[in-house]
Write a protein that binds this ligand. Structure first.
Ligand code: 1Q0
Length: 214
């Protein structure tokens, strides 16, 4: 694994999520996507067994990036402006997926749900025992969150991939931010930012009854 690439991506993730929330408590889309891109790079370092996961994340990131590169880019500056614009213009399939299968709201919700898993996974890693298994932390947090939205076949494939994860200490060292203790400290620094972004988005989606978009 390329150490420099991993170091870069993990710092980038922390910096990106730290830059997400504006003074008005809006969630900025560009740093949010940059955070996910860093995570995907890290995931790719863990082996090809995870590529079906990273490919789906990349597809979602690109859908939203395309909106950010379109004529309507300003409407997609923050999650708040995206929700307002898409709802006001009937661009969201509220009942079932039909005319707007890849709306920004629907696509962002997939990443938002994954962010919930990430939050729990990183907290599990941070507070876990030295010799605990990353695969166990990963599957427990996945089953408690994202798995609820995935069909059996995806859950099965995810479960198989998780078995390829190294032990907690090796995983922390893979982050290349120094010792395991230093990696834990970095997680402690990153988590409040991720939690804040998650919380604001969750409240916004709940307020507009968008949490069940299919
Ligand atoms: C470290 C191990 C990583 C394990 C990742 C756990 C998540 C498993 C997710 C399985 C997704 C399977 C692919 C397809 C899913 C789609 O069906 C689903 C729904 O979309 P749709 O269009 O069919 O309705 N898509 C999703 O739910 C989006 C899933 C995105 C997952 C992105 C995961 C990126 C992971 C990054 C690595 C994190 C490393 C943590 C350590 C970093 C420390 C700062």
């Amino acid at each position: 694994m390329a150490a420099a690439a991993a170091t870069f991506s993990l710092r980038e993730v922390l910096v990106a999520f730290a830059a997400c929330v504006s003074e008005q408590r809006a969630v900025r889309v560009d740093p949010y996507l940059a955070g996910w891109k860093g995570l995907v790079r890290f995931l790719n370092c863990l082996g090809t067994i995870f590529s079906f996961i990273s490919k789906d994340a990349v597809t979602k990131i690109e859908i939203i990036e395309n909106y950010r590169n379109s004529d309507q880019r300003e409407k997609y500056l923050t999650v708040q402006s995206m929700v307002e614009y898409e709802l006001a213009n009937g661009l969201v399939d509220l009942q079932k997926r039909s005319k707007h299968p890849d709306s920004g709201c629907r696509t962002f919700l997939r990443l938002h749900r994954a962010l919930h898993w990430l939050q729990m996974f990183l907290e599990g890693l941070r507070t876990g025992e030295d010799n605990s298994k990353t695969s166990v932390i990963c599957s427990e947090t996945y089953n408690a969150s994202l798995a609820n939205y995935h069909p059996w076949i995806i859950r099965k494939a995810a479960g198989v991939a998780f078995c390829a994860l190294p032990t907690r200490n090796t995983f922390l060292e893979t982050m290349n931010v120094g010792t395991a203790e230093e990696a834990v400290a970095m997680l402690g620094e990153a988590l409040p930012y991720i939690c804040e972004v998650y919380k604001i988005t969750e409240e916004l989606y709940a307020q507009h009854k968008l949490l069940d978009l299919t």
